[in-house]
Design a protein around this ligand. Structure first.
Ligand code: ADP
Ligand code: ZN
Length: 731
């Protein structure tokens, strides 16, 4: 879209709807006309559907047959940049436009008329009697100047019941008025002073600020060890963005991290930013969607889908922990939020900051190639120093069966406890044991619907399938040979490790951090707060502890199985292991006390383990880059994964074989096709899965070839096909 066009009443307009149609629909513009980009409701058969006026409608047929748009929604029209962004993400990921529009309108009630609600402000009159509770209510209203509160907000802020507020309303001391439900977000004060930056930090910040001032697109890798102050530094870029009247978006890989971030923003800019993630209420989602479009949400903190909010003028996107795999959306529209952030910024003349301690190889290579600017923060802030890393050679350790904490690690944990410090034992496996085996017949208990073993969760007293979530009570007898009392756990999960810890350190206070153990985000936040406050001596955690939490008393990290991620055929196995262990090790010694990270390994001479220990990160990336280049795989080649699933393996293979025979469009661009082959997890939720993999040179425009190739077929019956561009997972 170039400059938006205005369509007079009755003009023909093309509308993109959220319905799964392969074309735009033509309508007459409504009474009063409409802008290109307007969100509208339009009749489709007996229904009304939501859509966007995409451009001029088709001519050449009888206009009197056309139906008129029913109404123009009272929201900011879609901007040209947004339309271009959606079209380009759709092209890149092979996603039809209607599905892109659905992704960009994930807020309920957008078609509702703007609704009103009651808000409360300071009134004129004096109350007859001033109780403590009443004083607090009035103080809150005075403190916040002219700000209006809802009844609930005001009562909560003042720590009173709502009846206290209502009492004050009766007396005229508090005024009740109607106001539009979707209020703008508070302005942030970009000139509020931040923390004084170190020389290193200030230098990096000034480069970032310069980028914002340029008003041009650009991406910067901000690399710095955990605790080096990356957040403080990119806050300066956020401040400059706000100063220039543009909006900023900060993406975080996990909701659990947002609470801490919101507090930091409030401390820095005097108000909280808007939040967008799965834990946000529907009303709040709608408010943010609308306000983003009006430019009345200056700073948004969110999960990857916040990238599709209709910002009025987005000037900066920060992708924090950019290497994190959760930035890849693994169902529905398969996109990488990190890569699409770069695309969005390029159509918006905006900046991207990719912050991380351990960049993804893609990002590292883009910086090497000069496509991204690179800034390094080398030291931790203040007295904190990087933890020392050491291997524990498990071949030399004397460890009985079904025990995983080596004597060496045990001694170190005791030593830390004696000093009143915390130890973290890291094991990236949820549950009690990954395998349950029958000691009579050797059968391993598997999921009925998936090609996967069931994982014992002793805390839940159930076996759980980590693929489909199905669970069943722990059986008394073997499901195969029906002998009772012979089922035994094999291997450790965090729950089993917790059992060992309880036996070895009966006096220790133990906290387990594993995503499945918390019913709510709040419970998880409390646990994190408890640990940070020193309420635990030993923390046992899965990979969720690797992400950004700040535990000042934690000085020892023990990696129970450093070899775990090195097995398997994933092309990123080395990279992921390197990132994960470096991140986990980074949890140690964030405050004044120096940290130590111990890696239990059976292969201390493995190149990845050696690279982790040596701390020579550049050397690791260079070696990894060489290997990928030689193999022609990302980031030096292109990959696309195709998954076909169906009720029967036969149906899935039928389509897979047909695709393999019809690969001329792929060969035309020199791309190679592998498969079809049964997927590593050949059945999920009762559906059989077959994979194909397409590999090509970096220079090839792969998407058009893929489209031509797949377009030759349309999956029949219950067969489904999905294409994953730049796949991260290969299950
Ligand atoms: P990172 O994002 O690189 O992990 P943070 O920005 O979270 O690092 O900084 C780590 C800790 O050090 C935080 O508590 C932060 O407030 C503090 N910190 C960093 N830089 C400064 C500074 N210049 N002045 C005061 N505190 C700082
Ligand atoms: Zn299952």
């Amino acid at each position: 879209m170039a400059d938006p066009v205005f369509f007079d009443s009755g003009a023909r307009v093309a509308v993109l709807t959220t319905q799964p149609l392969d074309r735009l629909l033509t309508y007459r513009a409504p009474e009063g006309g409409c802008w290109q980009g307007a969100y509208v409701e339009a009749p489709l058969g007996p229904r009304k559907v939501m859509g966007v006026v995409w451009g001029a409608g088709e001519t050449g047929f009888d206009a009197s047959k056309l139906r008129a748009i029913s109404k123009v929604l009272d929201v900011a029209p879609m901007r040209g940049e947004m339309a271009e962004f959606l079209a380009r993400v759709g092209d890149y990921t092979l996603t039809p436009l209607p599905q892109m529009l659905r992704l960009a309108t994930r807020a309920p009630g957008l078609t509702d008329p703007p609704s009103m609600r009651k808000v409360y402000r300071l009134g004129e009159a004096e109350p007859d009697r001033l109780t403590d509770a009443r004083t607090r209510v009035l103080a809150v209203l005075e403190d916040f100047g002219g700000l209006a509160f809802t009844l609930g907000e005001l009562a909560e802020q003042a720590g009173v019941t709502t009846s206290v507020v209502k009492g004050l309303v009766k007396q005229g001391a508090v005024r009740e008025e109607e106001s539009p439900r979707d209020l703008p977000y508070p302005m942030l004060d970009p000139d509020a002073p931040g923390k004084p930056l170190t020389e290193d930090q200030a230098a990096a910040a000034s480069v970032l600020v310069g980028g914002i001032r340029s008003g041009l697109y650009g991406t910067t890798l901000l690399r710095g060890v955990t605790g080096s102050g990356k957040t403080e530094v990119y806050m300066e870029a956020v401040a400059e963005t706000l100063r220039r009247g543009r909006q900023a978006l900060v993406l975080l890989p996990e909701i659990a991290l947002t609470a801490d971030f919101l507090t930091r923003v409030e401390a820095r800019f005097g108000a909280r930013p808007a939040e967008w993630h799965s834990g946000v209420t529907m009303t709040e989602r709608r408010r943010l969607w609308r306000m983003a479009g009006e430019g009345a949400a200056p700073l948004v903190v969110g999960a990857r889908s916040a990238l599709f909010l209709p910002f009025r003028d987005l000037g900066l996107i920060v992708v924090d922990e950019e290497h994190d795999q959760s930035y890849k959306q693994e169902d529905g529209v398969l996109y990488s939020a990190r890569d699409m952030a770069v695309l969005r910024a390029s159509v918006n003349a905006a900046r991207v900051i990719l912050a991380t301690a351990t960049p993804s190889l893609e990002t590292w290579a883009n910086a090497e190639a000069g496509k991204y600017e690179r800034l390094d923060l080398t030291a931790r802030f203040g007295p904190a120093v990087l933890p020392e890393l050491r291997a524990i050679d498990m071949r030399d350790e004397d460890l009985p069966a079904n025990r995983w904490i080596s004597p060496t690690l045990e001694a170190h944990v005791r030593d830390r406890m004696a000093k009143g410090e915390q130890a973290l034992l890291f094991l990236n496996r949820r549950g009690y044991a990954p395998v349950t085996i029958c000691r009579a017949c050797g059968h391993q208990v598997a999921c009925d619907h998936c090609d996967a073993r069931m994982v014992e969760h002793r805390f839940l007293k159930r076996l759980v399938c980590h693929q489909c979530g199905e669970s069943k009570p722990m059986p008394e007898e073997c499901p195969s040979c029906h002998v009772a009392g012979k089922l035994a756990p094999v291997g450790p999960g965090v729950e089993r490790l917790a059992e060992e810890v309880a036996e070895r350190f009966p006096e220790a206070r133990v906290a387990v951090l594993s995503s499945d153990l918390f019913a709510s985000a709040r419970a998880l936040k409390e646990q994190i707060g408890l640990i940070a406050g020193g309420g635990a001596d030993i923390v046992i955690g899965t990979q969720m502890v690797a992400k950004g939490h700040n535990f000042p008393l934690l000085t020892l990290v023990g990696v129970i199985d450093a070899d775990l991620g090195l097995q398997g055929s994933d092309l990123r196995a080395a990279e992921k292991t390197f990132q994960l262990i470096r991140q986990v090790a980074g949890r140690a010694g964030r405050a004044e006390r120096p940290g130590l990270a111990l890696l239990q390994t059976f292969q201390p001479e493995h190149p990845v383990i050696r690279a982790i220990l040596s701390g020579e990160e550049e050397g690791f990336w260079r070696a990894e880059a060489d290997e990928r280049r030689a193999a022609g795989v990302p980031p030096y080649g292109r990959l696309a994964g195709v998954v076909i699933s169906a009720g029967s393996a036969e149906a899935a293979f039928d389509l897979g074989n047909a695709l393999a025979r019809a690969d001329a469009p792929l060969r035309a661009v020199g791309a190679q096709l592998y498969g079809p082959a049964p997927a590593p997890i050949a059945r999920i939720r009762g559906r059989h899965r077959v994979r194909l993999l397409v590999k090509s040179d970096k220079t090839v425009a792969l998407q058009p070839a893929l489209r031509a190739w797949i377009g030759q077929f349309s999956p029949k019956g219950d067969t489904r096909l999905s294409v994953d561009i730049d796949p991260q997972s290969f299950y």
